[in-house]
Write a protein that binds this ligand. Structure first.
Ligand code: BG6
Length: 510
């Protein structure tokens, strides 16, 4: 069923007004542009969500005389809508330009200014979004180049003045010190309201739905606390390995690549207090409070509250795969983790005493991102003697991906003359309810950047609070030579992760 034809959507306005915009991608020759950004822009065009006047300019060092053709090919391959609609592409293609140049060279910005000026005359695209899909070390030079060339001017409070916004891809720095330095450099010439730090998990429908589920219903929120919840498990598992990104990955590891951003974002949405409004700062204030309530894991505590590991050879979906240290461009003695598990605590009235178990890994048994709330056991087991009776708790699982949905496990009576019980699941599936063509995270985020809505982007203090929690763990591992466990590819991670659990708890098998 197409989303457009979905009866559950009837009466819901889908149109958003976006001002005429030039969308400029720095790092346009990279993988993200091909796989995610261009397909997202094309899908926005297909959904008629782009402004009538729109232009796209790629900037990168490599010469790309056939940029528009390459992008057409990428969209045909990676777009969620297939086949490519020629009319939509032809409209979009007319506004595509490419500027070749070094990010440190003022001449690059002069050429970009000329192109943008021409586009503005031809297409009326006086507003600009600069999307920096580059390494964090390249961001300061680009922002300086943009500001020196007056392509970005100070933020105006006049809502009718043309806008310039800068979207910064992750990773945002590589530790707290570099993230702070990056924030300082950005804020030296931009206003926080012009900066959009991306974490694409926030663009995922199901991550946003965590807030609708919690704060758009009356029945769940009263259960959402230490009074009723005994433990929370957050899993971000991937089947894929490092996909030829050895050079990058071996310097980064899963804690910086996934936990510092995606997993902590899921945690904040899951644990935050209700904001007073759906306003960027109201929402982000509450998220920052969660990050600040995270009990730090420092020094030797890393040995008891975290486990790091690397994948060894194994089989994923029947295919033999090699171990991490055998991957191309990975140091054969590498101490970079591809799996991490942590036992976290939130020092707050709502969550005091509830273990938050978090794990993330590459080459695990199944691709799966989810949050599972385990509810407290019954105070008295009335049906202890019934056939099939167990002391398994009620569990509420929010499936972020794949198979997006929400399931509640509870006990029922098995029909028949005797008292027999079985656990069943009440299961809501996005795919069935709303059709399968859910917009991709990047579609929502690009649209929001053009609309000036920063709710789903990370604020400066937020990203610093994330690093503030992660830094001591990375330092603790180094200083205390934390062991590097190993797990078979295609498994659910190392056995050592079990030692993090409170007696009686077990890791879920999603
Ligand atoms: C990226 C990481 O941010 O997220 C990748 O750099 C990871 O290593 C990817 O594979 C996962 O994103 P998704 O949307 O496929 O879950």
């Amino acid at each position: 069923m197409s989303t457009e034809a979905n009866p559950l959507r009837e009466g819901m306005p889908d149109e958003r007004t976006v001002k005429p915009t030039a969308f400029v991608i720095f790092g346009a020759s990279g993988d993200l542009t091909r796989r995610k950004l261009l397909p997202a822009v094309y899908n926005l065009a297909s959904s008629r969500l782009l402004p009538g006047s729109f232009a796209l300019v790629g900037v990168a060092r490599r010469p790309k005389p056939d940029f528009a053709d390459e992008m057409r090919e990428a969209v045909s391959k990676y777009s969620r809508r297939k086949p490519l609609d020629e009319a939509t592409w032809s409209d979009l293609g007319k506004g595509i330009r490419y500027v070749q140049g070094d990010f440190n060279d003022p001449a690059t910005y002069a050429r970009l200014a000329e192109d943008l000026g021409r586009l503005e005359k031809e297409r009326g695209t006086q507003n600009r979004v600069f999307y920096l899909s580059v390494a964090p070390t390249e961001v300061p030079a680009i922002v300086k180049g943009l500001c020196d060339a007056k392509l970005v001017v100070p933020h105006s409070l006049d809502a009718d003045a043309p806008y310039q916004r800068v979207v910064v891809e992750k990773p945002f720095g590589e530790d707290l010190a570099s993230a702070r330095a990056l924030n300082r450099e950005l804020l030296a010439c931009l206003d926080e309201r012009q900066i959009y730090r991306i974490d694409h998990y926030l663009g995922k429908e199901t991550v946003q739905n965590l807030l609708v589920f919690r704060f758009g219903n009356t029945i769940f929120e009263p259960l959402w606390s230490r009074q009723h919840v005994s433990q929370v498990q957050i899993t971000v598992a991937e089947e894929i390995g490092i996909e030829g990104r050895g050079k990058f990955y071996d310097k980064v590891g899963i804690t910086r690549d996934i936990v510092q951003n995606h997993a902590l974002q899921i945690l904040t949405m899951m644990a935050m207090e209700p904001p007073s409004s759906w306003d960027a700062d109201a929402v982000r204030d509450e998220k920052v409070k969660v990050l600040r309530a995270l009990r730090p894991i420092r020094g030797r505590e890393v040995l008891d509250r975290t486990v790091r590991a690397q994948y060894a050879a194994g089989a994923v979906r029947g295919d033999r795969v090699s171990g991490y240290r055998e991957e191309p461009d990975v140091d054969p003695r590498s101490m970079t983790e591809t799996f991490v598990a942590m036992s976290l605590r939130l020092d707050s009235f709502r969550w005091g005493g509830v273990p938050f178990y978090l794990r993330s890994g590459k080459r695990l048994a199944k691709r799966c991102a989810e949050v599972a709330l385990h509810f407290k056991p019954l105070p008295h087991r009335l049906f202890r003697d019934a056939a099939g009776s167990t002391d398994e708790p009620n569990v509420l699982v929010v499936r972020i991906q794949p198979d997006e949905g929400i399931a509640l496990r509870f006990a029922t009576k098995v029909p028949g003359g005797s008292m027999a019980m079985r656990n069943v699941a009440m299961d809501f599936r996005y795919g069935t309810a709303f059709g399968s063509s859910t917009p991709e995270a990047y579609e929502r985020l690009i649209l929001d950047a053009m609309r000036g809505d920063a709710t789903l982007f990370t604020r400066a203090d937020e990203v610093e609070a994330q690093w503030g929690f992660i830094d001591p763990i990375l330092n603790g591992w180094r200083e205390h030579e934390a062991p590097m466990a190993s797990y078979e590819s295609g498994s659910w991670g190392p056995r050592e992760a079990d030692k993090l659990l409170v007696a009686g708890d077990t890791w879920r098998r999603p």
